[in-house]
Design a protein around this ligand. Structure first.
Ligand SMILES: [Zn+2]
Length: 280
């Protein structure tokens, strides 16, 4: 695949008993940072959460969706969503001291990580766990263990240079169901063999990491920044205001703009548009 494409590389190791995913999300995170106007200090939390959510999407059926929300306990929140086609988007709501996760200074309440999975049939599945650390990878590892009973060794990296994300990605090692108990220790040992993940990924790529872990590649999929918003969805936001409020707003401003929080796409509505919406 071309270099400016984000990738999700799947592999197996330990004789097919451990699943490995190596993600290079540099292009994805750059697109997200650009759309959200994120600065260097915010970018790490955003980028790492986006990468971990992409891994979660790798287990989904095409039509299923996932919503990940990480509250840092200080009023800051990262919201990321995606689907089984690995179309991802996300945003960061920040307060003055919320650029970092977890139990650090300025914390006012317990931070949480929530994952909601919607398979399109039945009720969505939802799991929440309290943040256990300032490290995004450790928090996702705790989520996998407590909410999904799947011990997972996770390494995440995110390095910026100026306004740009230089490299972003993740390594996820998970013993497959029925594997021996001691395998999780091997997964963690594999992670430490990689060393500086950002440097490895930048210089040797996902294949380099597979080589270090002696893993057998299964396939590579493309990851994209892509939103599900549309003019129809924006219109339903206007409808929820009620006719009187919507007309008052458009008369005051000339147009009403609905901005998608996840991709910052804007949808403009004029008074005749709004009349038509409510006339239907
Ligand atoms: Zn959008």
């Amino acid at each position: 695949m071309p270099k400016n494409v984000s990738t999700f590389c799947s592999a197996l190791l330990c004789g097919g008993t451990v699943s490995l995913a190596v993600l290079d999300t540099t292009a994805l995170v750059n697109e997200g940072m650009k759309r959200q106007g994120l600065s260097f200090s915010d970018a790490e939390l955003f980028g790492k959460t986006l990468t971990a959510a992409t891994y979660l999407c790798g287990w989904l059926k095409t039509e299923s969706e996932i919503f990940v929300s990480l509250h840092d306990g200080k009023g800051g929140r990262v919201g990321v969503s995606g689907d089984g086609e690995l179309h991802m988007r996300g945003y960061l709501d920040r307060t003055e001291n919320s650029a970092k996760v977890g139990n650090g200074v300025g914390k006012t309440e317990v931070g949480t990580l929530t994952v909601v999975r919607n398979d399109g049939v039945g009720l969505p599945f939802s799991g929440t766990c309290e943040l256990v650390s300032d490290d995004v990878a450790e928090n996702f590892s705790a989520y996998f263990l407590t909410s999904e009973q799947r011990p997972t060794a996770i390494g995440l990296c995110m390095k910026t240079e100026g306004e740009k994300c230089l490299v972003s990605g993740g390594v996820f090692l998970q013993p497959l169901p029925g594997a021996e108990e001691g395998l999780f220790g091997e997964c963690k040992a594999g992670l430490s063999r990689i060393g500086d993940l950002a440097e490895r990924l930048r210089t040797e790529g996902t294949d380099g990491i597979l080589r270090i872990l002696h893993a057998e590649k299964i396939g590579v999929r493309e990851v994209k920044f892509q939103c599900r918003c549309s003019r129809e969805r924006a219109a339903s936001a206007i409808l929820s205001l009620g006719k009187e409020n919507a007309l008052a707003a458009v008369r005051a401003e000339g147009t009403v703009t609905v901005t998608c929080p996840e991709c910052k796409e804007t949808y403009l509505f004029t008074e005749p548009d709004i009349q038509t919406l409510f006339g239907k």
